[in-house]
Design a protein around this ligand. Structure first.
Ligand SMILES: [Zn+2]
Ligand SMILES: [Zn+2]
Length: 212
C-alpha cells in the first residue's frame, strides 16, 4: 500500500492546485502552495482527518502563496521553501494581489529556505528538494523516490511548461531544469503540477510539445 496520500484542492481564480499531502501511516500532513480559499483548504484538512505539520511552497507567485501566512498563523506551523531566490516575489505578494484584484493575501516570510539537495519530511516520508529555476528563480520541486511522486509547481505541466515572461523568468533555464532535474527522475514518476491535471514524467517525455 502506498504510504503517501494527496488531495488536490484547486484554489484562487487561477485554479492553482493546492495539495494536501500526508503520510498514511502517521496521518501527519503538509499543505503545499496554499494560494487562497483558506476555508476550502481547512475543510479538506478536516475531511481527511490529518494533522498538518508544515506548509511547503514551490515558488513565490501569489496564486501559490497568498494564504500561506494566514494558514501558518491559524495552524501554528512553519513554512518551508521555496529557494531564497524567490524572496523578492514573497515580499511583493500583496502588491501583486492588488494588481490581480485578489483579497485576503499576505506577504510571506518562510521559516526555512530550501537549497537543491535538501530534504524535507512529513510523518515517515522524506522528500528531496530539487531547485528548478526558470519559471521563477527560486522554484523548487519535491520528490519522493520510494513513492515515485514529484510536486513540481509551475515548472512542468501536462502538455506544457511554465511561463517565463514573469520577473526573473528564463526559458533556457526552465528547459535545463526540466531536462536535468525532472526527466531523470524516471518515466514512472507521477507529477502533481501547479495547474491542470496530474501527469507522469514518461508521458511528458514522450508527448510534451515543449520537450521534443
Ligand atoms: Zn507561478
Ligand atoms: Zn501558478
Amino acid at each position: 500500500m502506498r504510504k503517501v496520500k494527496a488531495l488536490i484542492i484547486p484554489v484562487t481564480p487561477f485554479q492553482q492546485n493546492c495539495t494536501l499531502l500526508w503520510c498514511e501511516a502517521t496521518k501527519r500532513a503538509v499543505v503545499i502552495d496554499p494560494g487562497g480559499d483558506l476555508a476550502e483548504i481547512e475543510r479538506a484538512i478536516a475531511e481527511a482527518d490529518v494533522a498538518v505539520d508544515k506548509i511547503w511552497l514551490t515558488h513565490g507567485h501569489v496564486d501559490h502563496v497568498g494564504a500561506a501566512a494566514d494558514l501558518k498563523t491559524r495552524l501554528n506551523v512553519s513554512i518551508e521553501g521555496p529557494h531564497r531566490d524567490d524572496l523578492f516575489l514573497l515580499q511583493e505578494v500583496e502588491e501583486t494581489a492588488r494588481a490581480f484584484g485578489l483579497s485576503n493575501v499576505c506577504n510571506v516570510t518562510p521559516d526555512r529556505w530550501l537549497e537543491d539537495g535538501d530534504k524535507v519530511e512529513v510523518g515517515e516520508l522524506t522528500f528531496d528538494v530539487l531547485h528548478c529555476p526558470g519559471h521563477s528563480p527560486g522554484s523548487v520541486a519535491y520528490f519522493n523516490g520510494d513513492e515515485r511522486l514529484a510536486i513540481v509547481g509551475d515548472v512542468l505541466f501536462a502538455g506544457s511548461v511554465g511561463r517565463t515572461d514573469f520577473p526573473g523568468g528564463d526559458s533556457r533555464q526552465l528547459l535545463a531544469s526540466i531536462t536535468d532535474k525532472l526527466l531523470p527522475l524516471g518515466d514512472d514518476v507521477a507529477i502533481i503540477s501547479g495547474h491542470g491535471p496530474t501527469t507522469t514524467i514518461g508521458r511528458e517525455r514522450a508527448s510534451n510539445p515543449f520537450l521534443q
